[in-house]
Design a protein around this ligand. Structure first.
Ligand SMILES: [Mg+2]
Length: 416
């Protein structure tokens, strides 16, 4: 039996729940979140109370009001949803590090060692729900799926809503109760294609061979899909991350400027380790801090693509000095660093890196070697979990109501 390796969290009726959390007058009421206040527009989210009347994402408000005359329409506030997204991530990370953010209302975590035992996995899932409820608000509900891969864990979140918790262990058990279109990646077009191949249920899909799946999809994606369905943990196609970063809310005893500086350095060391591990170079470093008195600070520096910790730490030192000049010595609440402008190693030519100066080159080689040596140590003595907050490349070009569905919280990952 495959171990439970992933916890997937999907927020229920996300935008509508945020509105209910924010405004007590909307709680327990049918709510539709809309991009503009006119009956000609469509709901971009519906509360569970509204869903009971058949109002869904995409329902035209004119029709929604026929279905549910008491419907409360509220104007979408994307900035709020992004703020909540970050608050929810922060709460969740008190329980488990986040592995991947899939969208504004979905992320997954990797379970390790004894966390993979069903009773421990369930305990962590409950703890995460409680933490979100406590830190962010009781009207923010989530469905959690636990499974051997993130695909099935996501499917688990579809099975019980709202506030679900589903263990996807004895496969295919829970799967056969679902429709094909309940599976991520099977939309109307794919469903039609499957039907043409004589497949109308998940059970039939389960019983074909991986080769057959490849043929139906007419791509290797079909085979990948088949393996996911059967509980294999095979990687998703690598997408190029835009940035690699870490942030940390500081415990009360870590809030002095010196301790905050050390934390920022530690986060940056972790981020640069991840960068090298993924074979990337970064051409930009951003640093943000939030002070206890509410002051927000953001600074960034661009430089020729680099991947060694020392170069990044040097840039951080400059930025820290500048912060010291501009802001009086204060207590810190949060620090964050992001490596941006990422390039794959093989897409940059040597002369992009440095001036031709042999002395510079020699120093750079030393730094590179030292970084690699540190990485070996890190790999050997994995004392702390290293993780990465990646903002996927998204449909940045889209505007309007689509934004908050697909766009994850770039908000520069932090604050502006
Ligand atoms: Mg959701």
């Amino acid at each position: 039996m495959s171990p439970l390796k992933y916890l997937f969290l999907d927020l229920n009726s996300y935008f509508a729940s945020v509105e209910q959390q924010e405004n007590p007058a909307l709680r327990g009421k049918p709510v539709a979140v809309v991009p503009m206040m006119t009956d000609g527009t469509c709901a971009i989210a519906a509360s569970y109370e509204a869903k009971r009347y058949g109002v869904k994402t995409g329902t035209k408000i004119y029709d929604a009001k026929q279905l549910c005359p008491d419907l409360h329409c509220v104007l979408a506030r994307h900035d709020k949803y992004v703020d909540y997204h970050h608050a929810i991530r922060e709460a969740a990370e008190k329980v488990l590090p986040i592995n991947k953010v899939w969208s504004i209302d979905e992320f997954d975590c990797v379970l390790m060692g004894r966390e993979q035992e069903p009773e421990n996995a369930l305990r962590l899932a409950y703890a995460m729900k409680r933490q979100i409820s406590k830190d962010v608000g009781p009207y923010i509900k989530a469905s959690i799926g636990l499974a051997p891969n993130s695909f099935l864990a996501k499917v688990g979140t579809e099975i019980q809503k709202p506030d679900g918790l589903v263990l996807m262990d004895n496969l295919p058990g829970p799967l056969f109760k679902l429709q094909l279109t309940d599976l991520p990646g099977i939309g109307v077009n794919m469903e039609r294609r499957l039907r043409r191949a004589g497949i109308t249920s998940i059970e039939q899909l389960w019983n074909i061979s991986p080769k057959h799946a490849r043929k139906i999809w007419s791509s290797v994606q079909g085979e990948r899909f088949w393996y996911w369905l059967h509980g294999h943990d095979i990687p998703h196609q690598e997408t190029h991350p835009c940035m690699i970063g870490h942030s940390r809310v500081l415990d009360p005893d870590l809030r002095s400027p010196e301790k905050a500086r050390l934390m920022a350095r530690r986060l940056l060391t972790k981020a640069s380790y991840r960068l090298r591990n993924k074979g990337f170079y970064a051409g930009k470093l951003s640093f943000s801090a939030r002070l206890l008195n509410g002051t927000k600070w953001h600074d960034e520096r661009a430089f020729p693509p680099a991947n060694d910790s020392f170069t990044f730490l040097r840039h951080l030192d400059y930025m820290w000095e500048r912060l010291n000049h501009c802001v009086p010595q204060e207590r810190f609440k949060k620090v964050a660093v992001i490596l941006g402008s990422l390039h794959k190693q093989d897409t940059i030519s040597g002369d992009l890196f440095l001036s031709g100066n042999p002395a510079d080159r020699h120093i750079q080689e030393k730094r590179d070697n030292l970084s690699l040596a540190l990485d070996h140590l890190q790999q050997k003595y994995k004392k702390e979990t290293v993780w990465m907050g990646v903002t996927p490349t998204t449909l940045a070009g889209h505007v309007g109501t689509k934004i908050a569905f697909s766009r994850v919280p770039e908000r520069e990952e932090f604050w502006n």
